[in-house]
Design a protein around this ligand. Structure first.
Ligand code: OAD
Length: 253
């Protein structure tokens, strides 16, 4: 376990902030055992999700796309949130206003206890019909069929955002609102290269937030933020939060 140094400025800001927001990416779930897309152990070194995660591939080869999603769902079912997720859940309880905008589709923030979560790229555990749009939680594979079908006969797909698709406008709008009004904004475990999510930390900074990045390696955002920590979020965030809690306890004595 590495130990990190945190500035008094950051601890003070976190101790007095009223509105704190975190943008999270695949890196926060890495310590739970879910492979990231990019980075040293990124899944994109082995597979090409930009090809699998598209409507075009789904229409041509739906059983292959379903196989890939079923594989990822199995992994997600068998993992648990880690100390990074749990620290964000503690933070949500502490602040009057706290939210997470996540690019992850694994639902681990909800499982850790966070409630105010905007899922920018959808949720892999939900499905919807490509024809009527009906949302379906549990799907049934009929005998002899490799993909599930809706009552209307349409093909059912995972309820996630694929390449070339729009994000849900309300979710995107809410995430920008949160960024524009945050006192402290975290960018955690994201390579910060996929838009529009990658614009959120800049939106926060433009509107006066103190912006903090936590990531295993430098990203295009690293030189633009107020503080950048290189390392594992599951180590850095709990250590930082412990300092904030200690400061708050001292201030109360
Ligand atoms: P990436 O896989 O692009 O980036 C994950 C980042 O997390 C990398 O920069 C890693 O260095 C870092 N990382 C890995 N382990 C970490 C740890 N323990 N602590 C801190 N950082 C760690 O994932 P995203 O930025 O989330 O979209 O990718 C964005 C989007 O790209 C995904 O939501 C997905 C993909 O296209 C869709 O599927 C629509």
């Amino acid at each position: 376990m590495s130990h990190f140094y945190f500035s008094n400025t950051l601890v003070e800001k976190l101790s007095t902030a009223r509105h704190v927001v975190a943008l999270t990416g695949a890196g926060i779930s890495a310590e739970s055992g879910i492979a990231t897309f990019r980075g040293a152990d990124g899944i994109w070194k082995k597979l090409k999700p930009e090809e699998l995660a598209s409507m075009e591939t789904f229409m041509c080869n739906p059983d292959l796309v379903w196989e890939w999603y079923e594989y990822r769902r199995k992994i997600i079912h068998n993992v648990t949130p880690n100390s990074g997720h749990y620290t964000l859940a503690k933070m949500e309880k502490y602040y009057p206003y706290f939210s997470i905008s996540t690019q992850n589709v694994d639902g681990l923030h909800f499982r850790a206890g966070n409630k105010n979560v905007f899922e920018l790229h959808g949720n892999i555990l939900r499905n919807r019909c490509v024809v009527c749009g009906r949302k379906v939680n549990d799907v049934e594979f009929k005998k002899g069929e490799k993909i599930p079908r809706c009552e209307c006969g349409g093909m059912i797909r995972p309820d996630v955002v694929w390449f070339g698709e729009m994000l849900t406008p309300e979710v995107l709008y809410a995430s920008f609102e949160e960024a524009a009004t945050a006192d402290v904004y975290f960018s955690i475990g994201t390579s910060a290269v996929v838009y529009p999510a990658a614009m959120l930390p800049a939106e926060a900074k433009k509107n006066g937030a103190y912006v903090v990045e936590i990531n295993l390696e430098p990203t295009p955002l690293s030189t633009q933020v107020d503080e950048s920590f290189l390392g594992k979020v599951g180590e850095i965030l709990p250590q930082l939060w412990q300092l904030v809690e200690m400061k708050n306890n001292q201030d109360c004595e």
